[in-house]
Design a protein. Structure first.
Lengths: 367, 353
């Protein structure tokens, strides 16, 4: 006699310990196996893109802080670069170097937070998270020195920075650069070869090469699937073509690769930082930019390689001091688009691991 | 007759007090230690070294609003914390704190403890089922799968000790340990501790209340003192498991110079700290991996342990203890390494039409 069975619909979120904010997932379960998944966004929608159209270009910088709030510096950079391109503002040499330094520090900080939360989702209590926050804290303190903020920095300006780096910044950065590789080794020792981490992540949630391209994934998620694509190398901006660094590529596209890519990227960021600190010139930190910016009418798309992927800004100017259209290309949202294909067929526990390995921040997904 | 009743009453009060106080201390100790593992101080505001923190927590739990979900099966919902908690308390009746210092020296002590401890599973399942919440139900499903399967290697690992002693009485088992059985039964100890950690839902087997997956599992819907009872139960279970491990494998209350009760508590704390250490270090396994670990890894190992022990008792009863210890430890490492090569834990992706 066959027993009549029914699938089990489970609503995960918007309030859930591992939805990284207010994300909602409607999953259909057959026992523990996920047979269908439907993501629901929008719980953190603040209408940033529309709000930005009502304010001047300068007043829009703080909005970018609040997109991916674990990557404020890179968000600032992406937006400021777009406006500079639109208005034809040049950036002094020293400011470009500082931008690279801050971007790479932000990349390390973002990856540390992302990996920490990913391991939390794997069920490792909070130990790895708090170890990684130990290092992130040092980077946040560096940012605090230069911008006076710990989370939403609002430090970049069109043509340079709001102020020069303080005196104590470079010595502290040098100490950090000396100690950081040792700490990354420590994480690798404790986590990368941990038997439980390996069986939980190897081969789990594979994002195939073709699907990664078709779903327009970017950043570590794309590179974990074996595609050599990094804006810093493929469409160089700022002064990235002056530095020597490798783009880490993995080939399996599973959860472990997405974890490993981030570890390797942190090492490369340290490499870039060392070169940038060595070559950092003296000079101006602010180019010639008018107080009230009125870019000529036109449109621009400008992109950078953010910690989470290709972060782009599409701006349309009608010649006034306010943007006509202000649009973000959010890497977090686009990386999520292949979630269903990665998750279906795996178990509830894997869903959290895969979801954590994509490393999203809801502030950017919902905007 | 009256002596018996006085002994029973006095002992019950002492035992209950001991369990409650040690649970409070365990909660404090765990939070402090995990704090240290995680580079933070841990609770340090209430009282010296935060010692009053568990008491503050207990008061908070007692005065919290007691919420019952409107769709819950109310009778079962009420009963579940009791069904889960009472057997754990009963387990302490047969654990010797010193020579003969126990509520009742049952001649089937270990069998009684195992039988009583398995009732807890029913309480947990009742809680998960009656809450009428999907997360709780998932937790309850995992309970049945996990706890029932780990019962088998648990019992088989203890059988080795029983064979060596020839008695089921806990006191006799302690007395028989001239050499702690952890040396004579290293494989048994390994299997026991792994299975016991799965039984009491400690990381890496804490699937029943996997926070990042199913929020709090079976006690998601519980609040107030009913939640407090589950919390108490979990720590009392860990205390019981540590006490059983101490009694069966670490020589129980035996020890030089100091009072037996001191040795007993010191060894219990040692096992408990090991469990905390594991919790602070390892991530969680997946449900199919947990099942595979139980059935494909621990069960064959515990059977092998049983066979080896039987051979040692039958064929070479007069063998030198030091040689036996060496052989046993070598066999343990050999078997564990061999088995870990053979089995792939857990299945892969299920294809969905």
């Amino acid at each position: 006699m066959a027993i009549k069975t029914e699938n089990f619909i489970l609503n995960i979120g918007p309030q859930h310990p591992s939805t990284h904010g207010v994300f909602r997932l409607r999953i259909v379960l057959d026992g523990e196996v996920i047979t269908d998944l439907e993501p629901v966004f929008g719980y953190l929608h603040r209408g940033i893109e529309k709000l930005a159209e009502g304010r001047t270009y300068l007043q829009d910088i703080p909005f970018t802080d609040r997109l991916d709030y674990l990557g404020s510096m890179t968000n600032n950079h992406a937006y400021v670069m777009a406006v500079e391109k639109l208005a034809g503002i040049t950036v002094p040499e020293r400011a470009e170097y500082i931008r690279v330094i801050l971007d790479e520090l932000q990349r390390i900080a973002s990856h540390l937070a992302g990996l920490g939360f990913f391991l939390n989702d794997l069920g490792a209590l909070q130990t790895p998270l708090l170890y990684m926050f130990r290092e992130r804290e040092k980077i946040v303190e560096l940012f605090d020195m230069c911008s006076g903020q710990r989370l939403n920095y609002n430090y970049y300006r069109f043509g340079g920075f709001v102020q020069d780096l303080p005196e104590e910044f470079l010595p502290a950065l040098k100490i950090l650069l000396d100690t950081l590789p040792g700490f990354i080794d420590e994480y690798e020792q404790l986590i990368s070869t941990n038997e439980i981490v390996l069986i939980r992540t190897k081969g789990v949630g594979v994002l195939k090469r073709d699907l990664a391209i078709n779903s327009s994934a970017a950043g570590p998620v794309l590179r974990a699937s074996g595609i050599n694509w990094d804006i810093r190398r493929n469409d160089p901006y700022s002064i990235y073509n002056r530095f020597e660094f490798d783009i880490p590529i993995a080939k399996n596209g599973d959860t472990y690769d997405r974890y490993m890519i981030r570890i390797l990227e942190m090492r490369q960021s340290v490499r870039i930082l060392r070169q940038a600190v060595k070559d950092l010139p003296e000079g101006e930190i602010m180019g010639k930019a008018p107080k009230l910016l009125k870019p000529p009418a036109g449109e621009v798309y400008s992109r950078i390689e953010g910690p989470k992927g290709e972060l782009g800004f599409y701006l349309v100017s009608d010649g006034t001091d306010k943007p006509y259209r202000w649009r973000v290309r959010p890497p977090c949202l686009l990386n999520l688009s292949a979630l269903k294909d990665m998750v279906v067929g795996w178990k509830v526990a894997d869903l959290m691991a895969i979801f954590g390995s994509i490393d999203i921040v809801m502030g950017e997904v919902d905007r | 007759m009256s002596d018996f009743w006085i002994h029973l009453l006095v002992y019950l009060v002492i035992l209950f007090g001991f369990v409650i106080v040690s649970v409070l201390i365990f909660i404090w100790l765990e939070r402090r230690l995990i704090g240290r593992f995680q580079l933070r101080p841990g609770p340090n505001r209430a009282g010296p070294f935060g010692l009053l923190q568990p008491i503050a927590d207990a008061i908070k739990v007692l005065i919290k609003e007691d919420i019952i979900p409107s769709e819950a099966d109310k009778g079962v919902f009420w009963l579940a914390p009791l069904v889960a908690f009472v057997p754990v308390m009963l387990m302490f009746a047969a654990i010797p704190f010193a020579d003969g210092v126990m509520l009742v020296d049952l001649n089937i002590g270990i069998l009684y403890i195992l039988a009583v401890s398995s009732v807890t599973v029913i309480g947990i399942f009742m809680a998960g089922w009656s809450s009428n919440s999907k997360y709780s139900l998932l937790g309850a499903m995992r309970t049945i799968a996990q706890e029932v399967s780990y019962e088998i290697p648990l019992v088989l690992s203890i059988l080795g000790v029983v064979m060596l002693t020839g008695s089921l009485s806990m006191n006799e088992i302690v007395k028989a340990q001239d050499v702690p059985f952890i040396l004579l039964q290293p494989l048994g100890f390994f299997v026991y501790l792994s299975a016991a950690m799965a039984e009491v839902n400690r990381t890496p087997f804490d699937l029943l209340e996997a926070e990042s997956e199913i929020i709090a599992g079976f006690h998601t819907e519980y609040s107030g003192m009913k939640f407090g009872l589950f919390y108490l139960m979990e720590y009392a279970e860990v205390l019981a498991v540590s006490a059983i491990a101490t009694t069966l494998f670490l020589g129980g209350w035996q020890g030089p110079l100091l009072h037996p009760v001191f040795w007993f508590i010191a060894k219990v704390l040692l096992v408990f700290m090991f469990i905390i250490w594991v919790r602070a270090t390892l991530p969680r396994l997946r449900i199919d991996q947990v099942m595979a670990f139980g059935w494909k890894f621990l069960l064959p190992l515990s059977l092998a342990n049983l066979v080896i022990t039987a051979f040692e008792i039958l064929i070479a009863p007069d063998i030198n203890t030091a040689v036996l210890i060496g052989i046993n430890i070598a066999v343990m490492f050999g078997l564990i390494l061999l088995f870990s090569r053979f089995y792939k834990l857990g299945g892969g992706r299920v294809s969905i039409k």
